[in-house]
Structures are given as C-alpha cells and as structure tokens.
Design a protein around this ligand. Structure first.
Ligand code: FES
Ligand SMILES: [Fe+2]
Length: 340
C-alpha cells in the first residue's frame, strides 16, 4: 500500500527512547531510533546492509549505533562509519536510510520523505501535553492488527460508542447527532454538539447532577496521516463551557504495515494534575475500552476485508460517514499529489 511520505508520523512516545535503541516499523520501513550522549535523537534504517540484522538489537557506542551481529557502526546520517574487519575499508553501499526526527509534545516524530521538506512547524500543535502547561498527562501505546485508516475511521465516527461502548461511553445520543465537518488548511475537523440531553455515562458521573440534561461537545481534529486530537466535555444544559468539565485526548494512528497499526493514546487534564492514582485510572479505562471493545471489532473488520481497499469493496454509506470519508479522500489526494 502507498503511504504519505512528506508527513510527520508519531514513531514513539519520548519515554520509549531513553537509553536503549528502539526498533519500530513505520509504514513498512524498519527504523531504529536512538539517542546520542547530548540527548539528540537519531532515526535511521534498522536493517543492517551486511546480513540484515536489526540494528536496534545493538548498542550505541560513541554516539553511533553498532550492529549486534558483526560490529559495523552507523552514524546519524545512516552512513557506515566503522568496519572492525580486515583493513577497515568501508564500502560506499554500507549505509542505511536516514530520517528526519524531532521530539515534540512528549512524542518522537519521524518524517519519511524528503529531508529538505521536513518542516517542524507541520507537527500538530499538541502543546497542551508539554511539561510547561501544568496539565496531568497520561500516555500509552497499544498495537492493533488492523489498518491504520480503520482506526482513524473509528475516531471519526463516534456513533460506534453507542454500540461498541454502550453503557460506558454511549447512551444512544451520538447516533442521533450528525457532526459538523469542515477543513481548515491541512486539518479536517468533525464536531458533535449534543444539546440538552442526558450526558454520556463517562461524562455524566462527573457532573453535579448526572441525570439532568447537559450540553456536550466532542471535537476531533485530524492531521495527516492519522494524528487526531479529541476534546470532550459537558456542562449542565445552558451553562457556559467554563462551568463544565473538559479534557483533551490524542488518538494517533501510525501505520506499521498495511494491516497493523501503532496506536498512541494520550490525555491531558487540568484537574488533579499530579495525582498518579488518576493517571492509573485513566490508563486502565482507555486500555480496557480499546483492548476489550474497539480492538476486537477493528481486527475482525480487517479479517473480513482482507487486504482489499475500503472503497473497492463499495461500502454502504451512512450519514455519519462524512468525516471519515472526507479524511480518506483528502489523504488519497495528498498521496496522489506526492506521486505526481
Ligand atoms: S549483519 Fe550487521 S554487521 Fe553483519
Ligand atoms: Fe471506541
């Protein structure tokens, strides 16, 4: 399958790349990410050009990475810089790809395309996650055996909450509400505003009267290729937003292969920010929901579809598909433009 190359893919959370190299396949490219002694990140191809051992199983020596098999060493630009064998000559072909990498908003972002076009300002603004923001942040990583666009569709069609998460996230109100969908620059927005209805269970229990009518907002912002923020909140019906509850989560879907996805989840909250007990509860809620509820459906859906593209299967349309279809078409157009 083809992937957008000139885009920032979230490759890891910052805590995954501390003192050991991390190997991760992004859009079918094996990549190793490691840190130099000054903390700078490097991202290069993970497949040693000698006998194709994974470099991430090796170690960092003098700020370059040493292959665990026969000791060739590769620098931040992917070039072999050390050959411990024979006369030490280094073949020109002894190199692996080099990728642009940045650390932003507690994430490690990798650019698969042309290095000259790796514009840091194109990393989505998830600064609410930054240390300086005084928010309580939870981060998690999960993997699914399903294409990343199926996981993206899942966030862009929140009506699934009424069925897949009935009783926890869903109470039937999403199905009755159509999102407002629009584009601004490279981003696609899908906002659901549910006015004067009993709040969904996860929000209702945080409101003063869980049974009373509430106004709710669920606001997704998508950036290519699968980077989404979701702001969710509720306030007693007719009251300003500031009087209600509000939090922002991040659902970032990075393709591993055509049928597997790295799912990076995060949540930034403004209440009880230094409370590890809340961190734990939030982590458990999302893990239980995703692993127990979304993931089984998504993986079963992938099996039903095989490797055939969604549109080739001529799916039946429902009104709420508008956001997911808009995003898929936009991504297609961006890929087509790149391949011109
Ligand atoms: S496989 Fe890497 S040096 Fe031989
Ligand atoms: Fe879900």
């Amino acid at each position: 399958m083809s992937y957008l190359k000139n885009a920032w893919y979230l490759a890891a959370w910052d805590y995954e790349v501390r003192d050991k190299p991390l190997g991760r396949v992004i859009a079918e490219r094996p990549i190793v990410i490691f840190r130099q002694s000054n903390g700078e990140l490097c991202a290069i191809g993970d497949r040693c050009p000698h006998r194709f051992a994974p470099l991430h199983m090796g170690k960092v020596v003098d700020d370059v990475i040493e292959c665990p098999y026969h000791g060739l060493r590769f620098g931040a630009d992917g070039q072999c810089v050390h050959n411990p064998h024979g006369n030490g000559k280094i073949a020109r072909a002894a190199r692996v790809p080099e990728y642009s990498v940045r650390e932003r908003h507690r994430g490690v972002w990798v650019w698969l395309g042309d290095k000259d076009q790796a514009d840091t300002s194109l990393i989505p603004d998830y600064s609410i996650m930054d240390d300086t923001q005084g928010t309580g942040v939870v981060q998690d990583y999960m993997r699914a055996e399903a294409n990343y666009q199926l996981l993206t569709d899942n966030i862009l069609d929140l009506t699934h909450a009424d069925y897949v998460h009935a009783g926890s996230l869903g109470n039937g109100s999403m199905t009755k509400t159509l999102p407002k969908v629009w584009e601004e620059g490279e981003a696609v927005f899908a906002h659901w505003w549910i006015v004067g209805e009993k709040a969904i269970p996860a929000l209702a229990r945080q409101l003063p009267d869980p049974e009373a009518p509430a106004d709710q907002w669920l606001e997704v912002k998508w950036n290519a290729p699968g980077n989404m923020s979701l702001r969710v909140g509720a306030t007693p019906a007719g009251r300003p937003r500031e009087e209600g509850i509000d939090s922002t989560s991040f659902h970032i879907m990075t393709p591993e292969t055509a049928t597997t996805t790295h799912y990076f989840f995060a949540n930034a909250r403004q209440f009880r920010v230094d409370d590890p007990a809340i961190d734990q509860v939030l982590k458990e809620i999302i893990a239980n929901q995703f692993l127990g509820e979304d993931k089984p459906i998504l993986e079963a859906q992938q099996k039903m579809m095989g490797t055939t593209d969604l549109f080739s299967l001529k799916p039946v349309s429902l009104p709420q598909d508008v956001a997911a279809v808009r995003v898929r078409r936009k991504l297609e157009a961006m890929c087509a433009e790149e391949n011109q």
